[in-house]
Write a protein that binds this ligand. Sequence first.
Ligand code: G2I
Length: 460
Amino acid sequence: MTEHVPRRTAEPRRLRRTVVLALTGALAAAGLAVSAGAAQAADSLGSAATAKGRYFGTAVASGHLGETDYAATLDREFNAVTPENEMKWDATESSRGNFTFGAADQIVSHAKAKGMKVRGHTLVWYSQLPGWVGGLGASDLQNAMDNHITQVMQHYKGQIYAWDVVNEAFQDGGSGARRSSPFQDKLGDGYIEHAFRTAHSVDPAAKLCYNDYNTDGVNAKSNAVYAMVKDFKQRGVPIDCVGFQSHFNSQSPVPGDYQANLQRFADLGVDVQITELDIEGSGSAQATNYGNVVKACLAVSRCTGMTVWGVTDKYSWRSSGTPLLFDGNYGKKPAYDAVLAALGGSSSGGGTDPGDGGGSTKSCTATYTETQRWGDRFNGQVTIRAGSSALSGWKVPVTVHSPQKVSTTWSGNPSWDAGGNVMTMASTGGLAAGATTSFGFTVMANGTWTAPAVGACTAS
Ligand code: G2I
């Protein structure tokens, strides 16, 4: 409150100064670092990921394996698979005690023949659950759940890299509560722990994951999952990994704190994996988003791999959003080139992503907080954290919502779009590996108090 008067009087002068700084800063930031490319860059997603110590997988539907172009693209580009539907409860045990593995076996034997990893998806999930499961009483349901986990995991014992033991057990929104399901409603919170303990007793070599969506940034839902994983690790419940589905579109964009969120889970002592990646859109916007997701994974040492949720747009569960790396004719999209470049590979024809410096893993995250509010305006702060490599610079777009206006900035070089709503803040210097820095700004609310949208951090 005491800051009210001095800050207001200082604003007009500061604004003019920051505009001048913005122009010089933008010119300085234009020289992007270009590092020497590797002697022989990998020319497929799988081989490029392997060179970075990761896998690059895709969801596969058994019904398409007979299509020549589908199988050829799968075999050329990917080194891990997740059966899209074939290992789910309705596919493997549609009637109690009768297990059917034909379709899933087809995928697993294809993967084994090609040396691909298999992610098992999924053992305990509220959806694609046959009706008989919901009709059971509590103790019977417990037996059925244990038996399902045991039979399915036994069948594939030794062949599965990681299992999604429990999928989507938390509600969306701000409650952080568990989602209602036969398991939750009849067995209570303890069913998740019980499922992991049962899974561990069946195949101790498989990595056991919890998998969910809308947990990709720091939010109430991911906080609830984080608390559960932390508790499991403290009490010795056998959990090895957390899967971040990463289904993105304009309503649910790649969060600015995506990498920071992966990192905080990794810091609990679990692996993290991007398990169902797809990003609606096209062209360079889609490509940039894909590149940023891959860079985030590479910057987190315990991010062991990425899986896209399908090979081609034409078979995507949301094909109208064209969210994948190959178009309906199996042509490589700009998103493909961006992913390959982010992985440090390059297409035979020469995939290009001038932002990526030939295999560099430079990366950063941006996290927004409102630090102060007055009757007419508020201050925002964005904290930048460098990934595992030192940065010579970074930039972050911040969009305010008209009629809001940014009146003051500090600790960065801002530049604005023509409309004055999108400010791109560039660094004033380098940042050591793992280090943080922050910039700030004042937003005149003009009646609108929506928080600014902070985009992904770009490292150079
Ligand atoms: O919804 C996207 C994914 C969210 N996370 C868990 C994933 O398991 C889930 O995958 C999707 C599949 O991609 C769809 O292919 O899960 C859907 C079901 O919840 C799958 O859709 C189902 C259709 O609903 C069924 O009508 C159809 O018979 O696919 C089945 C097999 O084609």
